[in-house]
Design a protein around this ligand. Sequence first.
Ligand SMILES: [Zn+2]
Length: 129
Amino acid sequence: MADRSLRGTGLGSKSFEDESGVEFAARQEVGYDCPRQHHFSLVFSAEADIPALWECPRCGAESLRSDGERPEAKEEKPVRTHWDMLRERRSIAELEDLLAERLTLLRSGELTGAATFARTAPTRAKKTA
Ligand SMILES: [Zn+2]
């Protein structure tokens, strides 16, 4: 028979047969949660340095490990805006008072035009002080 000339089993047969005897490297499964509630898990080698962040396979968002390990390098440091800094020094009530004060001055004609503003601008005032 022509089939007898087929010798295709030679290469693959061993790996199929031996699978039960193969010792797999130690693994660990690590779960991740993305901000959009997608949960997924990845298998890493036991010795692997498990990343704290992984891109969500569904939406591509940065996902944090479910076990709560937070990235070390990327410390959550919110950017302070000028408004944040202002709010650290002044309460809303104080700011409203200041605004009312400035508006009163403006309406009374004491604050007029760019020239007046330039003279009272904080950057200029600091240099002369
Ligand atoms: Zn997602």
